[in-house]
Design a protein. Structure first.
Length: 119
């Protein structure tokens, strides 16, 4: 689906039916995030949340297309990075002999920073 979104976004960009600059595209993306946040705050239906979430994803893909970034590659890089960091958190909990779910959020955030600095 990411490739389909990229193809559509690139077609729109190439045809001139798009924002003039990446800053304009970022502003549109921020607008979409605001709309999603408002839908959450107003406890909109699941279908409405899906629609707004999809708009956020689609507008972000527009930015990636403008920067000649492959969304699948970018997402894969992010997943690999987060898997390493998450693995680090579980390993720390195991080394301390504690159940991961019992570690306070504040501690997890400290460990996350450690993982981020190392991975």
């Amino acid at each position: 689906m990411l490739k389909k979104a990229e193809t559509l976004q690139q077609t729109l960009i190439d045809s001139g039916f798009s924002w003039n600059t990446h800053k304009d595209a970022f502003a549109k993306h921020q607008e979409e995030i605001t709309e999603l946040n408002e839908a959450i705050d107003h406890e909109e239906s699941h279908d409405r949340l899906l629609e707004e979430y999809g708009d956020c994803l689609f507008s972000l893909i527009n930015i990636g297309c403008r920067l000649n970034l492959d969304s699948n590659v970018a997402l894969d890089i992010a997943i690999q990075k987060y898997e390493k960091r998450t693995s680090y958190l579980y390993r720390k909990a195991s080394e301390l002999g504690v159940k991961f779910s019992s570690v306070p959020l504040e501690t997890l955030l400290v460990w996350w920073k450690e993982a981020k600095d190392n991975f």
